[in-house]
Design a protein around this ligand. Structure first.
Ligand SMILES: Nc1nc2c(ncn2[C@@H]2O[C@H](COP(=O)(O)OP(=O)(O)OP(=O)(O)O)[C@@H](O)[C@H]2O)c(=O)[nH]1
Ligand SMILES: [Mg+2]
Length: 343
């Protein structure tokens, strides 16, 4: 699980990375990339910490990668560094001038580069497959023979591969290629101080189906240096409830199809990150492999039920809100869980 930050030179990649992760990317020299973890803001988690006052509080985290590529081989370096990234955050300069079409052009410049790069890979693959006798094709190869023309057509019409509806099997067969445009992408417009009104116009003109997030990185970088009280004033002056970078982190988290469940106690309150649709034993493995092997039951209470019972586990239990779930239970976002296991 990792999100790679992509954008044209000087679009604000490192600034955004720094405010999200707290890692000073621009102070690191001579490294092709810098990695950092961003904590996912979650009011439910904060509430649980308030209730349990644990020794340790560990929120959900999303890893981000900022690439420092320059020179002739820059593109190759970006490709290599981000080949393992599961999702992409594409940041667009929306601050250096107010023109929407200029912003869209900048977006397209990189988006087209990614499409072209994928197209080269598809064409190469087709060429190679032509040399393999039909009868000797192995199953993934036959799948490629079927898929590649569709993919080529899509890319040639200037559209990303993620818009094709592919089955899980097809996705799997393509995973080793690290196609740029097959991976989920979050578009972030880095606006000037009063540029938030540009976000919707930009999204419409760029023809993006997905929501675009607006953020003024420079302002938010300034704000992160302030004491909490002044941060609050800063935000309310901007008419915002929370910093936009927190929303960007949350959007990145859901972009990857992740959810979190909680374990609570006086020692630790922790948000565990799992893919949506994970069954209880596999979810337990996030804590420890043995928990999966020796899984017996999961004692589960939904966050909302827990809060409706005054934030008390005993009361939730008395009200019958604490369920005992078995191996087939699919963990929900916000579940508070205690695992019972036997090792
Ligand atoms: N006005 C304004 N300037 C910004 C904003 N965000 C970043 N900048 C400026 O843009 C320049 C580039 O920011 P970086 O975060 O280093 O951008 P980058 O994409 O990492 O740049 P490279 O790694 O060199 O490609 C810096 O001088 C920033 O101060 C913004 O929201 N508003
Ligand atoms: Mg940078």
């Amino acid at each position: 699980m990792e999100i790679g930050i992509l954008g044209l030179p000087q679009s604000g990649k490192s600034t955004l990375f720094e405010i999200m992760t707290g890692v000073r990317s621009r102070d690191v020299h001579g490294e092709p990339c810098v990695r950092g973890q961003a904590s996912v803001p979650d009011k439910r988690f904060d509430k649980l910490v308030e209730i349990y006052r644990p020794l340790r509080a560990v929120p959900a985290r999303v890893p981000f990668t900022d690439v420092n590529a320059a020179g002739e081989k820059a593109w190759e370096m970006v490709r290599q560094t981000l080949s393992g990234a599961e999702g992409l955050l594409h940041i667009v300069d929306g601050f250096s001038d107010d023109s929407i079409s200029a912003m869209v052009n900048r977006y397209r410049q990189l988006a087209d580069e990614l499409i072209l790069s994928d197209l080269v890979v598809v064409e190469n693959r087709r060429q190679r497959l032509l040399k393999v006798a039909k009868k000797t094709l192995k199953p993934p190869e036959s799948l490629h023979v079927e898929l590649m023309p569709r993919m080529q057509e899509q890319l040639e019409s200037g559209r990303p591969l993620r818009e094709l509806s592919l089955t899980a099997e097809e996705h799997h067969a393509l995973s080793s290629f690290s196609f740029w445009t097959l991976r989920p992408e979050l578009v972030v417009l880095n606006v000037g101080e009063d540029g938030f009104s540009a976000v919707e116009a930009f999204r419409a003109e760029a023809g993006l189906a997905e929501p675009v997030m607006g953020i003024c990185c420079e302002l938010e970088a300034e704000m992160t240096g302030l004491p909490p009280e002044e941060q609050k004033e800063f935000l309310s002056a901007l008419g915002m409830e929370e910093p936009a970078f927190g929303r960007v982190i949350r959007a990145a988290f859901t972009l990857l199809g992740r959810i979190s469940y909680f374990t609570v106690g006086e020692d630790e309150v922790k948000a565990w990150v799992i893919p949506e649709g994970t069954k209880a034993p596999r979810a337990a493995a996030a804590i420890h492999k043995d928990f999966e092997r020796g899984f017996i039951k999961a004692e589960v209470v939904a966050y909302d039920d827990f809060m409706a019972c005054g934030g008390s586990h005993a009361k939730a239990k008395a009200a019958g809100k604490v369920r005992l779930e078995g191996k087939e239970y699919v963990v929900k976002d916000g579940d508070i869980i205690t695992f019972r296991f036997n090792v």
